[in-house]
Design a protein around this ligand. Structure first.
Ligand code: BES
Ligand code: ZN
Ligand code: ZN
Length: 485
């Protein structure tokens, strides 16, 4: 999608459709008589994402005007604008309107608003229809013009930033959407390497022999039931003049298919376990934008990639593996595999010298029981790092709910035969999973994001589409680029 700013009236913008926001409490001055009639007749009231498409609007170069509700004007944050821009693109592309202009008036014309509008529009163009012969009729929006009161260098920079972020997020969504026969650990590593080569990142992929030499028994135990070789993907970014003393490690769960292993999952819904690498894909997408935007700190992305299968070599419930850290783990349930592969990846990240660790993982079904599909779960061993992650998430409109990780939960993780079991009891499943990870991340400051409930959307909304969401990409990028602030 091409994007640009104009500071001329939207009425004269050459496009197929102009998008005008009106608010419940502020109908605005554009097309005032029409809008008044619609409001008076209660046909349209400016509520969030309500819409009316006007044909041949008088005084506009565009063939169509979309009146789009923004809700209450004082509550119209960049997040609301991102959603509105995304919904507008999704509505208008369905009608084969390809060139859009969106009016950003005073009050919602800041750099954050411009970035959010571009993000929403580019994210709204994504469809998970890669393997359909008739790809939605090939419908997409190919140009977006933002009409602002004044075009400044700061707004141009925001436009660029929004584009990079959203393109990285869509790249992640494409990876997540790939079925497991078309994206195994080796292919995921190839895609990461390709991306790295295009963006000046260093990419190293550790194979099974390297993992064995490093003692990654927890990771290898998960992989041994699969015919697909495992891969530990390491992406390195270090800018000239990187801030001293900070080395951020981004770690993402990369299970390209999770059958559950011998603790087999039920057939119903198992097809969704292709998205069990969404955390890993988010790390790869974030590294791309971090390189393109030039973050001021050293960042290393780590993605342990495996397939969790039931082959004759598969690990059995009751097996005891020795992790890279030296801790032994009793595998009571082979379906709790994410924490096993992440334990070795976290240990390796610490060995590489990471001073701060943030992981994203589709770790537990229990997180959806606790939070539904709106907020991801956030767990932390360090308040300062947690506050940084929360600030980045708030700025990017990604919702995270902080859950507890008190040491009292240690009692939930007792094994009679090894240092740790890989599952807790019946209660607090997301917390015991997080606590397990903490045992390996500590003492390095660490934040864990459980995205099992937010990385895949079952229902299409006005925005975003059904399917892979690409969550945590924008937060990761913001965390790295804003580190010095
Ligand atoms: N990949 C799953 C978690 C998951 C569930 C992701 C639903 C997305 C949607 C994870 O590996 C898993 O199977 N976790 C188990 C843990 C249990 C065995 C303690 C779970 O949540 O049931
Ligand atoms: Zn599992
Ligand atoms: Zn899993």
């Amino acid at each position: 999608m091409e994007t640009k700013l104009i500071a001329t009236p939207i009425e004269t913008a050459e496009c197929d459709a102009a998008v005008i926001l009106t608010f419940e409490d502020a109908p605005g001055e554009r097309l005032a008589a029409t809008v008044k009639e619609l409001y008076d007749g209660k046909e349209y009231s400016g509520k969030a994402l309500e819409s009316v498409l006007l044909h041949r609007p008088e005084g506009f170069a565009a063939r169509r005007v979309l009146l789009l509700g923004g809700g209450k004007k004082e509550k119209f944050t960049p997040s609301e604008l991102r959603k509105a821009a995304g919904a507008a693109v999704r509505m208008l592309k369905a009608k084969s309107l390809k060139k859009l202009a969106l009016l950003l008036e005073s009050g919602y014309d800041s750099a954050e608003h411009v970035a959010a509008a571009v993000e929403g529009a580019i994210l709204g163009n994504f469809e998970p229809d890669q393997y359909k012969s008739d790809r939605n009729g090939g419908k997409s929006v190919d140009a977006l013009t933002l009409a602002v009161p004044e075009a400044t260098a700061a707004l141009d920079a925001a436009l660029y930033r929004g584009r990079i972020l959203a393109e990285a997020q869509n790249f992640t969504r494409e990876l997540v959407n790939e079925p497991s026969n078309r994206l195994n650990p080796t292919i995921l590593a190839d895609r990461a390497r390709q991306m790295a080569n295009l963006n000046g990142l260093e990419c190293e992929v550790l194979d099974e022999d390297r993992m064995r030499a490093l003692g990654m028994g927890a990771l290898l135990g998960v992989s041994q039931g699969s015919a697909q070789a495992p891969a530990l993907i390491v992406l390195r970014y270090k800018p000239a003049g990187a801030k001293e003393g900070v080395h951020l490690g981004l770690v993402g769960k990369g299970v390209t298919f999770d059958s559950g292993g011998l603790s087999l999952k039920p057939a119903d819904g198992m097809e969704k376990m292709k998205y069990d690498m969404a955390g890993g894909a988010a790390v790869i997408g974030a590294m791309r934008a971090i390189a393109q935007l030039g973050a001021p700190i050293q960042v290393t992305g780590l993605v342990p990639a495996v397939e969790n299968m039931t082959g004759s070599g598969a690990q059995r419930p009751g097996d005891i593996v020795t992790s890279m850290s030296g801790k032994t783990i009793e595998v009571l349930n082979t379906d709790a595999e994410g924490r096993l592969i992440l334990s070795d990846a976290l240990t390796y990240a610490r060995q590489l010298g990471c001073t701060h660790l943030v992981d994203a993982a589709t770790l537990t079904g229990a997180i959806g029981v606790a939070l539904g599909h709106i907020y991801m779960g956030l767990f932390a061993s360090d308040d300062a790092l947690r506050e940084r992650v929360q600030a980045a998430a708030a700025a990017e409109g990604e919702r995270m709910w902080h859950l507890p990780l008190d040491d009292d939960y240690k009692d939930y993780l007792k094994s009679a035969f090894a240092d740790l079991p890989n599952i807790g009891g019946r209660y607090g499943g997301s917390i015991t999973a997080a606590y397990f990870l903490k045992e390996f991340a500590s003492p390095t400051p660490w934040v864990h994001l459980d995205i099992a409930n937010t990385a895949w959307l079952d229902d299409a909304k006005p925005f975003p589409s059904k399917g892979p969401s690409g969550v945590t990409v924008r937060t990761f990028v913001r965390l790295a680029t804003d580190w010095s602030n």
